[in-house]
Design a protein around this ligand. Structure first.
Ligand code: GLA
Length: 387
């Protein structure tokens, strides 16, 4: 058993009476299609081998008892007293609250969790926390929701107490991920296709800028509002329903003066990124990694200059990647404002890239970046308790 799973299990057995069920709930990477999940776009995420481990058991009471090992904190609350709080408590309680809102008779349970996704790294530790608990409660309470319903429940949970108006990408990847496969998710219809991730002698390397990103800070919701403001103008002007109905950036030009500059820039980015994500799935299926890498750099440029969700540290890391001949492509990943860059790097160049980037980054910002070579993995699942 994984060492974190062992720690979670042991802590549960020391703290509570009943024998728990164990679950693993993954984080995610996103190859391309950033900030378009809430704009009816296409995204290409995959679940990864890093995530959150949960031990959960009913406790024959009306109390919910949580131990968050990574925060060294506990929380005990009666089901009827669930309310919005702060930090990790909001994420778990909001998931329970969504079951309550569905009219499910939630019973008391004990729960211990811990994980290996660095917080604020853009690998969606929040969706991993939500997904693991929702999956466990679905089994424990016999609510028989399918994985897509659980992903949607988790998205509502993130909107509710934490008040991050996220799209569906992270929760979907968390539930629907499959080892060695990418999910091509249509965020308008919430339907997906899988296709194999063939990296042909390359690996996915994440570099954590260690700039702490917290989507709850409000900037994420502001980007969403800008898109909504732009869409309102485009809807009445073009008679369209969605960003995906816009042919190209040219079609936006007549509306440039009818929007604030930042709103227009967000619309421009979204139209371009929807097209890039579609193109990316085609070139990836054709094993054309070089074209894919160029699209990644173009996405970063758009996220930085038009969508304004980058920061000097992430821009610097992407510039470093461009200078390395063994790096096929790179960009900031996830919501932005900090966290990781995602890079596709040739196997033989990985050590050199990590060393060079870490050194230059330290010299410039006096921060020790961290690098992770990630593999894809399955969506949230129960794991066996082995002796
Ligand atoms: C966060 C959100 C997602 C998505 C990304 C940006 O991870 O949770 O829904 O919007 O940012 O692509």
């Amino acid at each position: 058993m994984n060492s974190i799973a062992v720690t979670v299990l042991n802590r549960f057995r020391e703290s509570f009476t009943f024998e728990p069920t164990l679950y693993f709930s993954p984080g995610r990477i996103n190859l391309i299609g950033e900030h378009v999940d809430y704009n009816d776009g296409f995204v290409l995420p995959a679940a990864i081998d890093k995530g959150v481990y949960y031990a959960v058991a009913p406790n024959n009471s009306d109390n919910l008892n949580f131990i968050a090992i990574d925060f060294d904190e506990r929380l005990s609350v009666a089901v009827m007293d669930i309310k919005k709080m702060s930090n990790w408590q909001n994420y778990v309680l909001s998931v329970v609250n969504e079951f309550v809102l569905l009219g499910v008779a939630v019973k008391g349970f004990d729960c211990v969790f811990a994980g290996d996704i660095p917080r604020g790294s853009g690998m969606s530790s929040s969706a991993a926390v939500e997904g693991g608990l929702a999956f466990a409660l679905n089994e424990m309470l016999n609510t028989k929701m399918n994985r897509v319903e659980l992903a949607l429940l988790c998205q509502r949970a993130e909107h509710n107490y934490p008040h991050v108006n996220c799209g569906i990408m992270d929760q979907y990847a968390n539930m629907m991920g499959r080892k060695d496969e990418v999910i091509m998710l249509d965020c308008k219809t919430v339907e997906h296709q899988y296709f194999p991730l063939r990296l042909q002698g390359c690996k996915i390397v994440l570099i954590n800028s260690k700039v702490h990103h917290t989507l709850a800070s409000g900037e994420y919701n502001i980007r969403r509002q800008r898109c909504e403001a732009g869409m309102a103008v485009l809807k009445s002007g073009l008679g369209i329903q969605s960003f995906r109905d816009i042919k190209d950036v040219e079609a936006l030009m007549p509306f440039k003066d009818k929007m604030e500059e930042k709103v227009f820039n967000c619309c421009k980015y979204v139209v371009e990124e929807i097209a890039r994500a579609k193109k990316a799935s085609t070139v990836l299926k054709q094993d054309d990694l070089v074209s894919f890498g160029k699209l990644m750099y173009a996405t970063h440029e758009g996220l930085s200059k038009l969508y304004e969700v980058s920061c000097p540290e992430l821009d610097f890391l992407v510039e470093l990647a461009k200078q390395e001949s063994g790096v096929i492509g790179g960009r900031l990943m996830g919501g932005g404002f900090g966290g990781c860059t995602i890079n596709i790097v040739k196997d033989e160049a990985i050590n050199h890239f990590i060393e060079t980037a870490s050194k230059a980054y330290h010299q410039k910002f006096n921060i020790d970046a961290e690098a992770y070579i990630v593999s894809t993995g399955d969506g949230t699942k129960q794991i066996a308790v082995t002796p």
